[in-house]
Write a protein that binds this ligand. Structure first.
Ligand code: FDA
Length: 311
């Protein structure tokens, strides 16, 4: 991992840094590079444009770690409205949604997991009615068991619900084995949070090796692997593993973030691969932006100059 990654993620927890960063308008160069806008219209417009280019989309209404029931319910309402609009615009064939359980109540003091499950069910039902699917994002390791437990419950009624596993966690190869069954959509990513050596690989090479081990399990299994990385070496390895396992195109997909390596997204798609772009939108972009900054410390100077100029 970059030497700056953990310090940036830790600094991002400071309220002062958060208050300062939130003075940036969403249209500032730094924010707009990763987030198309705050409103549902911005999200639908971004989905429409990507879809016209032949790309799939997973939309994320930004927000996480809510301690407020009203805010959790408002997030659910935002997803239901988004799904209705996607269906109206005929975008449901290409666009699904990604949901963070802490945005819909997982961290609430009284029965957070129960509330998050019920809220996630409402979103899954709305997605089903709109003709599309939900993927449950993965957050800090303290939430992994609860998230996978809720996923298991959701899949009883909505087996199409996607999971996310993070290659940096020691446990993940075993989780991949457990989730590599028929119909199981699993997004594999490196992992974006500040985790300790007790639970996670922290060395870049070790994370990459774990990613390959996990990918081998998923590609060799019966599910639908979603390879979420911008790392050119891992993309190449995924293509080799897919071919070695006799997987036809469309039985797995690549996923990348909005604004990150867009030319590579289009190159893979033009080569006949399924590619889905993760598109976050909404006003609560702070946590998301800080994780992107931690992955790309080279952007620090852009961030600071954006803060100074407020552009
Ligand atoms: P790596 O960070 O090594 O980057 C490889 C190359 O990609 C870099 O050299 C650079 O060229 C480019 N790049 C990467 N990040 C960039 C950035 N921010 N700006 C510009 N260029 C950049 N994590 C998580 O913990 N839970 C989750 O649910 C998800 N969900 C998710 C969905 C999707 C579709 C993606 C692509 C990623 C996630 N992630 C995630 C984030 C993931 O864990 C990881 O932090 C990032 O994808 C960066 O890791 P890479 O695999 O891209 O490799």
């Amino acid at each position: 991992m970059s030497l700056l990654r953990q310090p940036i993620l830790l600094l991002a927890r400071s309220d002062r840094v958060k208050r300062l960063a939130e003075t940036l308008p969403v249209a500032s160069r730094m924010v707009a590079g990763y987030v198309p806008g705050e409103g549902v219209e911005d999200a639908v417009a971004a989905a429409a444009a990507l879809s016209t280019d032949g790309l799939g989309v997973s939309l994320d209404f930004l927000g996480e770690d809510t301690r407020d029931r009203g805010q959790a319910d408002a997030t659910v309402a935002a997803y239901v409205e988004l799904l209705r609009r996607l269906s109206e615009r005929g975008l449901h064939h290409r666009a699904e949604v990604s949901v963070k359980l802490t945005a819909v109540g997982l961290a609430l003091p009284d029965d957070g997991p129960g509330i998050a499950l019920e809220n996630a069910r409402i979103i899954c039902r709305a997605a089903r009615n709109a003709g599309t699917t939900v993927t449950i994002d993965m957050e800090e390791h303290t939430t992994t068991d609860a998230t996978l437990g809720i996923l298991r419950e959701l899949r009883k009624d909505f087996p199409e619900t996607g999971a996310v596993l993070q290659a940096y966690l020691h446990r993940t190869e075993a989780d991949c084995r457990a989730l590599a069954y028929e119909g199981s959509r699993v997004r594999l990513c490196k992992g974006a949070y500040a985790e300790s050596e007790e639970v996670a690989f922290t060395d870049r090479l070790e994370i990459d090796k774990s990613f390959v081990r996990c990918l081998k399990v998923l590609m060799n299994g019966q599910g639908h692997p979603m390879v979420a990385t911008h790392d050119p070496r891992l993309v190449e390895i995924a293509l080799v593993l897919a071919s070695r396992n006799g997987r036809p195109r469309g039985s797995y997909e690549f996923q990348m973030l909005y604004g990150v390596r867009p030319e590579e997204q289009r190159r893979l798609s033009a080569a006949g691969e399924s590619v889905r772009v993760y598109v976050p939108y909404g006003g609560q972009w702070y946590g998301y932006l800080m994780r992107r900054l931690a992955e790309r410390p080279g952007n620090l100077s852009l961030f600071v100059s954006s803060l100074l100029s407020k552009k």
